[in-house]
Design a binder for this molecule. Structure first.
Ligand SMILES: Nc1ncnc2c1ncn2[C@@H]1O[C@H](COP(=O)(O)OP(=O)(O)OP(=O)(O)O)[C@@H](O)[C@H]1O
Length: 534
């Protein structure tokens, strides 16, 4: 711990100021909510939505008798202010999209409430639609998508040329080689209005449908530009609701976990890059015998970083990432989980390239229980296996869907499922070096007086999450001492008192009370890895 940076200064004054700030923030949040409701109530009244007004007033416990807008601020103006701000920031107006079902008319596709209304006119008979020009936002978006498509083709040609060179074939030209069809950019298979989303394989495409100039894009940029396509028309209200439930599990913000945030686990990281990241970057290198795996299983004791690895994939790989907790599928949709699984894969194809992450897959795919097994559960498992089989064709048509799973008790998984999870990666307990890195990271803001390497040396068998608990316990001790002084001194107490270091005794006491949780199943993991591991 000799090289630790200067400890963070935490004075009683700072604690009080922080507490006051929190109260203030909460007050502002409440006022903001109240103001929004007043604006909506006024809007409903002005537009004579009388019963909606009454219902809302009843539900939120407020009315215009109590509050009203006094400065001529109206919801419509707020929206147009926002439109202008958005246009300045992103170079286009925000738009709402209109859902259409069945055969989609071009006119309907073009319609949007914000600046995207179509000029398309119906002919005199009112039957035939005339395809004319679309104004403002839509036309610009189309232009951008076209530009993005051209860039995609260019990147794909370059990627093909590299592939040819690598396979020892004729020297490929980076430009002008035989370009295959660019991947379907918008994924229009559900008849939905397309608002440029991040899709494509050979080159990253930003949220406005543009390829980035150099074909590269960082994980952060990907999420900053990410616009999720609207939920497609699923053909029935019931399926639409299921699609809405699943859509909530799609990451639209970066989980912000970088590979370097994960200590150790070098092999797991490398395999995940090969399985998900590289196939998107260089699709033409991953063909035939090298075609990407359809599914990967991360298994190992709890708290060893499986979820972190999945989040790093989500941060880095630029696919639409579905973060699905298997146990929530079971608890929420026991009767309907079969349909839920079908809709999930349908959505994954629609938003492709996609990664579906099933956390706790063992909860979903325990080995089949014969006669006693619940019929709905059996149907759901069968559906999941069928959907995974169906992925083969998906990979080849460029709409890449990849399944990532995490499990603590992999030997309990259905063998049919295991076969489909072609790559199985053991995520084990951290070695000493990785433990030291995790500890240094967790306590980087503290001065630690214990001998260097004391904690890492004493924590063989601890998982990453155990180590965090231990470090937290170490760090709590000087804080407790500080708070003790604060409460004894009261408001007029020693406000200059600062957070002290983590003392030798703090570390020893923490080691006594925070034990490792990952003792069990050592033998089972070894046997499973011998038989199925990578
Ligand atoms: N290798 C690691 N490097 C850095 N931090 C780690 C590592 N492993 C675990 N952690 C810490 O432990 C926490 C829990 O890790 P994570 O949720 O990824 O474990 P898990 O294997 O998915 O656990 P579970 O199987 O119980 O879901 C993380 O938020 C992180 O703080």
């Amino acid at each position: 711990m000799a090289t630790l940076p200067k400890p963070k200064s935490l004075s009683l004054q700072a604690i009080r100021a922080e507490s006051r700030n929190r109260d203030l923030e909460e007050k502002i949040r409440q006022e903001n909510k109240r103001n929004t409701l007043v604006l909506i109530l006024r809007f409903l009244t002005d537009n004579r939505y009388t019963s909606s007004y009454e219902k809302l007033a009843q539900e939120c416990g407020m009315s215009l008798k109590e509050y009203d807008v006094c400065d001529n601020v109206f919801l419509g103006e707020v929206v147009s202010e926002f439109e202008s701000f958005y246009e300045v920031k992103f170079g286009r107006k925000p738009k709402l999209v209109k859902k259409v079902s069945g055969k989609t008319s071009t006119l309907a596709k073009a319609e949007s409430l914000f600046g995207g209304r179509s000029n398309a006119l119906r002919d005199a008979g009112g039957r035939e639609e005339k395809k004319t020009e679309y104004i403002s936002g839509y036309a610009k978006a189309r232009e951008r998508r076209e530009k993005g498509r051209q860039n995609l083709e260019k990147a794909k040609r370059q990627s093909e040329a590299i592939a040819k060179q690598q396979s020892g074939g004729t020297r490929g030209r980076a430009e002008g080689g035989d370009a295959a069809e660019a991947p379907d950019e918008g994924g229009d298979d559900f008849g939905m209005t397309i608002s440029g989303t991040a899709t494509g394989t050979a080159a990253p495409v930003n949220g406005h449908g543009e390829s980035t100039s150099d074909g590269e894009e960082s994980g952060d940029e990907f999420y900053n530009n990410f616009l999720l396509k609207p939920i497609p028309d699923m053909g029935s209200v019931e399926l639409g609701e299921l699609a809405a439930v699943i859509t909530r599990d799609i990451y639209v913000k970066s989980p912000n976990v970088k590979w370097d945030d994960i200590s150790g686990l070098g092999q797991a990281k490398q395999l995940l890059k090969e399985a998900v990241v590289f196939p998107h970057k260089f699709p033409h290198l991953f063909k035939g015998i090298l075609s990407p795996w359809k599914g990967i299983l991360l298994y190992g004791p709890p708290g060893t970083g499986k979820t972190m690895l999945a989040k790093a994939v989500a941060t880095e790989c630029r696919t639409t990432f579905f973060n699905i907790s298997a146990s929530s599928i079971i608890s929420k949709w026991r009767g309907d989980s079969e349909k839920l699984v079908r809709v999930l894969f349908q959505l994954a194809r629609y938003h492709a390239p996609s990664t579906i992450f099933f956390d706790e897959i063992d909860a979903l795919m325990m080995a089949r229980g014969g006669e006693g097994e619940h019929e709905a559960s059996r149907r759901m498992k069968t559906e999941l296996l069928m959907q995974m089989d169906g992925l083969a064709s998906t990979q080849s048509d460029g709409k890449f869907v990849f399944v990532l799973t995490a499990s603590n008790l992999p030997w309990e998984l259905d063998s049919a499922m295991l076969r489909r999870l072609e790559k199985r990666i053991y995520v084990g307990l951290p070695e000493r070096e990785a433990r030291q890195t995790i500890i240094d990271g967790a306590l980087r803001e503290f001065k630690v007086e214990a001998e260097e390497g004391r904690i890492a040396g004493a924590t063989d068998g601890y998982s990453g999450s155990d180590l965090f608990q231990l470090c937290k316990e170490c760090a709590m001790r000087p804080l407790r001492r500080l708070l003790d002084r604060y409460y004894k001194g009261g408001e007029s107490g020693d406000v200059k008192a600062e957070l002290g270091p983590i003392e030798v005794e703090d570390v020893e006491e923490a080691l006594k009370c925070c034990k490792s949780t990952g003792h069990g199943f050592k033998k089972e993991y070894e046997e499973f890895t011998k038989e199925y591991g990578s």
